[in-house]
Design a protein around this ligand. Structure first.
Ligand SMILES: [Zn+2]
Ligand SMILES: [Zn+2]
Length: 305
């Protein structure tokens, strides 16, 4: 679809990355990987190298002594201490937050937001607005981000990411706690009864925990990174469109500019457009990994719809 009688669709060609945020997403994801990998390494060092649960010591003890009730108490304590340590590592490495603003994740959101402001400016150039307010600020997008409309939007995204990462670590920790509790309660004794090597048992336990971190922590945090970069970009764009509407005194209609290999959800959304700008808030990203964007409808020379 290139044109229709009412307006020109400049979304006739799907771009692989219409928001041009692929680099920001990749850097954010690499940071997520590094942070969770550090956690995996620290856990391995604790369980295997430092034998923090005394698996190897405990096995020697089991060999000499019958199983006694106090061992269970000790394990419960060890589990509690380990979980406390784990949460501290997560606070420092993943949730790291100073005065509610300065999380490591925020810089990716800032970049994505600024990219959105620049994109909105270039997309608005072909409309009656003739560009965005961004262009009117001598120090550019950095100054624009300080505007109340944008500042409020950015800080909403900051705190949402913190909450989302907090939820991810909570879910992950609950599974790790279950695995550990089971291992300390029954797994070690069973391994001992089966004549397994204590080091092999420690490695198995460590592998179980790493698996939870990869499948829950890393997988979900990557999705958060991708989705929130697009959210930040799209929120910035919408903010600029909203300001442009006030300047030109009429609503802006938006079309969906599809990303590369669009899925049926996004193709349907695009076909259903154009949309009233205000009504399209929250429409994109349409799903995790959606890279589509909203671009203003360009009226042709006949003007009115
Ligand atoms: Zn899609
Ligand atoms: Zn999409």
């Amino acid at each position: 679809m290139t044109t229709c009688c009412e307006h020109i669709h400049i979304n006739s060609v799907a771009h692989a990355d219409p928001s041009r945020t692929a680099g920001i997403r990749a850097r954010f994801i690499a940071d997520v990987n590094r942070r969770f990998q550090r956690l995996i390494n620290d856990i391995k060092e604790s369980i295997i190298d430092n034998d923090c649960f005394g698996i190897q010591v405990q096995f020697r003890a089991h060999a000499a002594l019958p199983h006694q009730a106090f061992v269970f108490e000790q394990d419960t304590q060890r589990l509690a201490l380990f979980m406390e340590w784990l949460q501290e590592q997560e606070s420092n490495g993943i949730l790291y937050l100073i005065s509610g603003k300065d999380s490591w994740a925020n810089m990716y959101i800032d970049s994505a937001y600024q990219r959105g402001l620049r994109n909105a400016d270039s997309w608005l150039k072909r409309t009656k607005a003739g560009g965005s307010v961004t262009a009117k600020f001598p120090s550019g997008v950095r100054q624009v981000v300080q505007m109340p409309i944008h500042a409020a939007r950015v800080s909403t995204i900051y705190s949402r990411i913190y909450d989302e990462l907090k939820t991810v670590t909570n879910v992950m920790n609950a599974e790790i706690r279950t695995k550990l509790a089971e291992a300390l309660r029954e797994g070690l004794a069973r391994g001992f009864a089966e004549g397994k090597n204590p080091l092999a048992i420690a490695r198995e336990l460590n592998a179980d925990i790493s698996d939870r971190i990869e499948k829950i922590g890393i997988a979900r945090a990557r999705t958060i990174a991708r989705t929130e970069v697009m959210n930040a970009h799209n929120t910035a764009v919408d903010g600029e469109y909203a300001i442009a509407e006030q300047i030109i005194g009429e609503p802006i209609m938006v079309d969906i500019l599809l990303g590369g290999n669009p899925c049926p959800i996004c193709i349907d959304l695009e076909a259903g457009g154009p949309y009233d700008r205000a009504a399209a808030i929250g429409q994109l990203p349409a799903h995790p990994n959606c890279v589509c964007v909203h671009i203003p409808v360009i009226e042709n020379s006949k003007g009115e719809k």
